[in-house]
Design a protein around this ligand. Structure first.
Ligand SMILES: CC(C)(COP(=O)(O)OP(=O)(O)OC[C@H]1O[C@@H](n2cnc3c(N)ncnc32)[C@H](O)[C@@H]1OP(=O)(O)O)[C@@H](O)C(=O)NCCC(=O)NCCS
Length: 259
C-alpha cells in the first residue's frame, strides 16, 4: 500500500509493463464493445473508432488515469481526466471502478462519480449521470452490475445498485435499487418490467409507497371535521372549510402495478 506522499519512484515503477498490458487489453475490449453495440460502427475499423468515438477515448484516458490513481500518484489522474472531459464532454472521476467492455455511446454529458462502480458489458448513452446525493463522504454513487443498459439522460443518484441485465429508460431519475433483469422508467424511476414481466402487485410499486404521516393527519382532520359538524349542529355556528390533506410526494405518476 502506498501513501500519496510516498509515491515517488516506487509508484512509478509499479506503473510498469503489467499495467500497460492491462490497459491495452481493456482498450481492445472497449473497441469490440463499440463495434458490437453501435450498429453504425459495424462497418468501420477499430482505428477509426479510436480516433472518432469520444466514449472510447474518454474510457481509454480513464483507464490510464485510474491505473495511476490506484498506485497513489496524486494530481496526475485529475490532470488526465480534465482535458479528457473538455475534449469528449464525458467526466469520469479517476477513482471510479469500471469493468470490462463498457460502451459509452455518443457520450456528451456523461458524469461518473468518484465512488461509482460499473460491472462488465455495461452500455451508457449520452447524458447519463451516476451521481451522489448530499455532501457526505464514503460510498455515495451508484453500483451498476454487469450487462446493464442506461438510456440517454438518465440520472442515477446515491449509493443504489442496479442489478445485472437491467435497463434504465431514457430520462429516468432513479434513486432506489433496481433488481436484476428489470426495466425502470420515469421520474421517480419505477419498474415496468421485473424478470421480464409487468409488476403485478402493489408490493412492486416502489415509487408510490404509503405515507403514514399524511394518513395520520388525514384521520385527525376527519375527526376534527366530525366534531365541528356536531358543534355546528349544537350551536348553529357554521364551521370553516376543512383543509385537504395531501402526501408530500407526487402520487400522480403512472401506476407500475397496473396491468
Ligand atoms: C426503457 C427501455 C429500455 C424499454 O425498452 P423495452 O424493454 O423495449 O420496453 P417497452 O418499450 O416495452 O416499454 C415498457 C413500458 O415503459 C414505457 N417506457 C419505455 N421507455 C420509457 C422512457 N424512457 N420513459 C418513460 N416510459 C418509458 C413504455 O411506454 C411502456 O409502457 P407500457 O408498458 O405502459 O406500454 C427503452 O424504452 C429506453 O428508454 N431505452 C433507452 C434508449 C436510448 O437512450 N437511446 C439513445 C440512443 S441515442
Amino acid at each position: 500500500m502506498f501513501t500519496r506522499s510516498g509515491f515517488g519512484t516506487i509508484g512509478l515503477s509499479m506503473f510498469g509493463l503489467g499495467t500497460l498490458t492491462r490497459v491495452a487489453r481493456e482498450l481492445r475490449q472497449d473497441l469490440t464493445a463499440a463495434q458490437e453495440r453501435d450498429p453504425a460502427a459495424r462497418e468501420i475499423g477499430r482505428a477509426e473508432i479510436l480516433l472518432t468515438y469520444g466514449g472510447v477515448q474518454a474510457l481509454l484516458m480513464h483507464r490510464v488515469a485510474h491505473a495511476i490513481h490506484d498506485i497513489g500518484i496524486p494530481l496526475l489522474p485529475h490532470a488526465l481526466a480534465n482535458p479528457s472531459r473538455v475534449v469528449t464532454g464525458i467526466e469520469i472521476h479517476p477513482a471510479a471502478e469500471i469493468g470490462d467492455a463498457l460502451f459509452i455511446d455518443h457520450g456528451a454529458g456523461v458524469v461518473i462519480g468518484e465512488t461509482a462502480e460499473i460491472g462488465d458489458n455495461v452500455t451508457l448513452y449520452q447524458g447519463v449521470t451516476l451521481g451522489g446525493t448530499g455532501f457526505a463522504r464514503g460510498k455515495r454513487h451508484p453500483t451498476v452490475e454487469d450487462e446493464v443498459v442506461i438510456g440517454s439522460g438518465a440520472k442515477l443518484l446515491g449509493p443504489i445498485t442496479v442489478g445485472r441485465r437491467s435497463k434504465v429508460g431514457a430520462n429516468s431519475v432513479v434513486i432506489h435499487d433496481v433488481p436484476p433483469n428489470s426495466t425502470v422508467v420515469g421520474n421517480p424511476g419505477h419498474p415496468v418490467r421485473v424478470e421480464g414481466k409487468k409488476p403485478a402487485g402493489p408490493d412492486a410499486d416502489w415509487a408510490h409507497l404509503p405515507d403514514p404521516v399524511a394518513d395520520a393527519i388525514r384521520a385527525l382532520a376527519g375527526r376534527v371535521a366530525e366534531l365541528e359538524k356536531l358543534l355546528a349542529e349544537a350551536t348553529g355556528k357554521k364551521p370553516e372549510a376543512t383543509a385537504e390533506v395531501r402526501p408530500l410526494r407526487n402520487v400522480r405518476g403512472s401506476d407500475p402495478a397496473s396491468g
